[in-house]
Design a protein around this ligand. Structure first.
Ligand code: ADP
Length: 390
């Protein structure tokens, strides 16, 4: 078999007008967020003989998935000490392997009330006084080597590279696990009254199935395969803060909130406090009696931080009127934990659940690689043996 880069490119079925003839595949990758697209690409590179079909319910990247809204903040601090070399490998990949993803090295500044080892006076950092009350957060730790990027661009570029390397892609197609090594594919179309309907269904068999359905993944394996998992999900919103930022503005963290510079302003990245219970439907909370588009937990976090981050108490913060005014998405919580790390596990023989979640910015790519390497039967990992950074 010739190497992946000398293969003819794969086929793409974007809409139901393109006839699809089912066949068996080596690997079916379900879900084209960044976890699924990266896994498909690494599979093409590591196991060229395995045919890959990537299936996505929406477009690429899907506007409702976690990938498009993920903050895209790489910092080694998000990896446990023993996995820093792996996170560093991810950082190198972000800079070299995925084309233009708006990668920008910038400092991450953690703001504190108390002095501590390595902390410097906040006043010395030249931060905008409209953003930070220096008197109440007088100490800062500076992590110079953080970076920001666009996870949506990463997923798109990974999918395109996977197709160039021979993977096939079906968009607007919902996948359902059947439990017998097959998957039901429903090709979706929109009627002229804007209803989404199933145009046709196909049943496909694969040697291996990768369930990369984001926050829907745990439910799919539980509901369709009857496998209980400890994973959960949470709805996370990303309000915008209209204060000027540049390519060099640092990331700021205080009160568990991260201010992420983006497109001349900031996106607020709130902490995830807990899993959302099954059946939870996000609803906007009220601020001094006025309805907003922010869920209650996020509002409470912002109110608690207003004294120290004064811009949050001004019109610069877009709180919206209803939920649809504030960008938000469901995130998988690996192991049900708000700080759960990306992971994969074989839930039934040859069916693997692949989860990104809130820390996928730092370790998602390496976990997708690890699963592809495992399916390919490759033992070595490129980050093994690298020096672990402090
Ligand atoms: P991750 O960070 O794990 O890649 P995302 O939420 O970005 O998470 O990606 C999951 C993708 O899976 C989304 O693009 C979503 O549209 C897709 N998806 C979810 N459920 C289904 C399904 N039943 N069939 C096909 N695609 C699905």
């Amino acid at each position: 078999m010739p190497p992946a880069d000398s293969q003819p490119p794969g086929q793409v079925w974007a809409h139901t007008g393109q006839p699809f003839t089912p066949r068996d595949y080596g690997v079916l990758v379900l879900g084209a967020g960044r976890m699924g697209t990266a896994c498909a690409l690494f599979l093409r590179q590591l196991a060229p003989p395995l045919g890959v079909l990537l299936v996505e319910e929406g477009g690429l990247p899907n506007e409702e998935g976690a990938t498009l809204l993920s903050p895209g903040i790489w910092t080694a601090l998000d990896a446990p000490a023993e996995r820093r070399a792996e996170a560093q490998w991810v950082r190198t990949q972000l800079g070299t392997a995925f084309g233009d993803i708006s990668l920008q090295t910038r400092a991450l500044i953690d703001l504190h009330t108390m002095p501590g080892i390595g902390r410097v006076p906040t006043r010395d950092l030249g931060l905008d006084a409209a953003l930070v009350t220096m008197d109440s957060l007088p100490w800062a730790s500076v992590h110079a080597q953080a970076a920001t990027y666009r996870p949506g661009a990463l997923a798109l570029n990974a999918a395109q590279a996977a197709i160039r390397a021979g993977a096939n892609l079906m968009l607007n197609t919902r996948a359902q696990l059947c439990g017998d090594g097959t998957v039901m594919l429903e090709r979706l179309t929109v009627t002229n009254t804007h209803r989404i309907v199933v145009h046709e269904t196909h049943r496909i068999r694969a040697q291996t199935i990768v369930v990369a359905l984001g926050a829907n993944g745990p439910h799919a394996v539980e509901h369709d395969l009857g496998v209980h998992t400890a994973h959960a999900r949470a709805y996370r919103q990303f309000p915008r803060l209209n204060l000027p930022s540049t390519d060099r503005s640092p990331l700021l963290r205080a009160h568990g909130l991260t201010l992420r510079p983006v497109s001349g302003g900031y996106t607020l990245v709130p902490a995830i406090h807990h899993r959302d219970p099954a059946g939870y439907e996000p609803v906007g909370g009220k601020l001094t009696g006025v309805p907003t588009g922010l869920r209650r937990e996020t509002l409470e976090d912002l109110v608690a931080a207003m004294d120290d981050l004064p811009a949050l108490a001004t019109d610069a913060l877009e709180t919206g009127r209803s939920l649809s005014d504030v960008p938000g998405a469901w995130f998988a919580l690996p192991d049900g934990r708000p700080d759960g790390l990306p992971m994969h596990s074989e839930v039934t023989p040859n069916t693997h659940l692949l989860l990104g979640g809130p820390k996928a910015d730092a370790l998602g790519l390496s976990v997708a690689y690890d699963l592809a390497a495992r399916i390919a039967g490759v033992e070595e990992r490129p980050w093994d043996g690298s020096a672990t950074l402090p």
